[in-house]
Design a protein around this ligand. Structure first.
Ligand code: BGC
Length: 413
């Protein structure tokens, strides 16, 4: 994996500009202005689109679709010299497609998605490929306390708030500009979330940078600044099916999760607050095993996640412990040879086996997306951390910088 930190340095510069602006005056107007300057800041990244030095590494922009309100949605198409490509759209700052050759060079789209905005809106609860915010996963009973004040959030998942509330970052149109650093291509997306959005405190300026290189590393770097103390937990919600989206279940694909513990849940999928060992449970993926091997096991946790047929939908406590150099997850499709590895700065991962997909709709390529038709690897802080004093904190202090980096590495190269 390429651990070149140049991208982070560039982003830090961008964010420190935002931070300085915030410190200078702390006003939403300045924050918005700093965000509006986003494309200018991104221009420092040599966004000429000129990939002459390495002909296969390129980023191109095209029209994707319009929102029902008539807003144009753009698509950024990133390619590398290995025949891999990633499509990012500005609706929800989301991964719309990932085309990957198999061991024989046969290319398939391995990310579940749609080819139009209407489907992304009609099936918004899938969160296909989306940037999730302000808070990935659940906050119990739609409330939390910060600095002595209780904040109320809209409940969109039984009694709880899921993925930032009824209208999260996945439903927003993000501003975007291309990145071409010479050895990476990508797109930088920015969004301004006003104080009180979905009940969360603070004007929040958010940047998400996707970059692809010739080592097949898709790197996602998030940064954010708020003008009030707040909570934040950003992640990406791509569903992978390494055999190709719509080609059946992922039950034969082999997963390794580098985690000795997980955060057990109650019947509304809220963590109990304990960390428990995976040893002797169906959640033990420390040794690689097919995703389907234990999915039908008679286990209360699996039943909470998917009451009818079982399924995974848990937060694993990663042994990699925020170290981007340590492997967190690897999933391989033995038939195609395609593999995805995840490296992350985050302490946890939500491994979710698309338990709610029921085959009632079709994805990008017109193929039906059925039960267990994909898996997500959502790098994250633990669910409900704002209400769980023993979990690593998700608090972001006013004027300080939030960052998150996750790398999905695809094989064969
Ligand atoms: C959650 C699932 C939820 C899904 C929504 C996942 O991140 O853990 O419980 O159903 O997102 O698409």
């Amino acid at each position: 994996m390429n651990h070149d930190d140049n991208e982070e340095e560039t982003t830090m510069t961008d964010t420190s500009t935002l931070t300085r602006s915030l410190r200078a005056c702390g006003s939403a107007t300045v924050l918005a202005a700093a965000l509006a300057a986003g494309p200018a800041l991104a221009a420092n990244n040599n966004d000429s689109g000129d990939s002459a030095q390495s002909p296969h590494l390129a980023v191109t922009e095209s029209d994707f679709d319009k929102t029902p309100q008539g807003k144009q949605i753009e698509r950024y198409h990133l390619t590398n010299r290995n025949g891999m490509s990633v499509d990012i759209i500005t609706f929800g700052a989301r991964v719309q497609a990932i085309h990957m050759p198999d061991k024989n060079g046969k290319v398939a789209d391995i990310a579940l998605g749609f080819n139009n905005v209407k489907d992304y809106i009609d099936h918004k609860s899938t969160y296909f490929g989306a940037t999730i915010g302000r808070y990935g996963n659940r906050i119990a009973n739609g409330k939390f306390k910060l600095d002595g004040k209780t904040y109320h959030l809209p409940k969109n998942n039984g009694p709880n708030t899921l993925h930032g509330g009824t209208e999260g970052f996945d439903q927003k149109v993000w501003a975007a500009s291309p990145i071409d650093t010479g050895n990476t291509v990508g797109v930088e997306l920015t969004h301004f979330s006003p104080d009180g959005t979905m009940g969360f405190p603070g004007n929040l300026a958010v940047t998400v940078r996707y970059t692809l290189d010739n080592d097949n590393d898709l790197r996602i770097h998030y940064s954010a600044v708020s003008d009030k103390d707040t909570v934040i937990n950003l992640t990406n919600h791509t569903y992978f099916n390494l055999a190709g989206a719509g080609s059946g279940t992922v039950l034969d694909q082999v997963a390794m999760i580098n985690a000795d513990q997980f955060t057990p849940i109650n019947d509304t999928l809220i963590p109990t607050g304990k960390l428990e060992s995976v040893s002797g449970t169906p959640l033990d993926f420390t040794t690689p095993k097919p995703i389907g091997q234990d999915i039908h096991a008679d286990n209360q946790q699996l039943k909470y996640a998917e009451p009818k047929q079982g399924g995974y939908d848990f937060n694993w406590v990663l042994n990699s412990d925020g170290d981007l150099h340590k492997l967190a997850v690897r999933v391989t499709d033995p038939k195609s040879g395609r593999t995805v590895e995840m490296y992350t700065s985050e302490p946890g991962v939500q491994f979710y086996t698309s338990n709610f997909l029921d085959g009632s709709f079709k994805g990008t390529n017109g193929k039906t997306l059925g039960h267990w038709g994909g898996f997500t690897l959502e790098a994250q802080h633990y669910p409900d951390s704002p209400n769980q004093p023993n979990f690593p904190s998700t608090e972001l202090k006013a004027g300080q910088k939030y960052t998150q980096t996750t790398v999905y590495k695809f094989l064969p190269e």
